[in-house]
Design a protein around this ligand. Structure first.
Ligand code: SF4
Ligand code: SF4
Length: 134
């Protein structure tokens, strides 16, 4: 256990340091995802066959298959990021490279509905913009 004098000296030294130990996120850039980090999904509807492999692989069962006019089986996945544990098993299960995780991590939202990825042919960030426009 450090002595109180040492702690006070350390606190004073840090108080007068010019470089801040924290950043004003999200107003200041600086949070860079580490390589291999698993963030929001990227879904390519055109590649999806609706095989349901991703749905079956998902441990918390946060992938739901909904009707689709594009896929072979007439189903496509919908992902609830609010329940996702970002394990990446859905990506591993998809043999058609239709679904994979990106390093997009800015996933805060005001409501649970905003955490659901519908037929994302676009990146989550672009899709968020589209939702705001629409
Ligand atoms: S995303 Fe991949 S695993 Fe999931 S239904 Fe489509 S093709 Fe099958
Ligand atoms: S990354 Fe999320 S959606 Fe994919 S299998 Fe894991 S929990 Fe399910």
């Amino acid at each position: 256990m450090p002595r109180p004098g040492v702690i006070i000296c350390e606190a004073l030294r840090n108080a007068f340091k010019k470089k801040k130990a924290t950043i004003d996120y999200p107003f200041q850039e600086g949070v860079k995802p580490k390589k291999g980090l698993r963030g929001a999904h990227y879904f390519i509807l055109e590649k999806c066959t609706g095989c349901r492999a991703c749905e079956r692989a998902c441990p918390p069962m946060c992938i739901e298959m909904v009707p689709s006019e594009v896929t072979k089986t007439g189903k496509r996945p919908v992902i609830n990021l609010g329940e996702c544990i970002f394990c990446g098993l859905c990506e591993e299960a998809c043999r058609y490279d239709a679904l994979f995780l990106t390093d997009y991590i800015e996933l805060s939202a005001f409501g649970r509905d905003e955490m659901i990825i519908y037929s994302k042919e676009t990146k989550p960030s672009e899709s968020k913009e589209q939702q705001e426009e629409g």
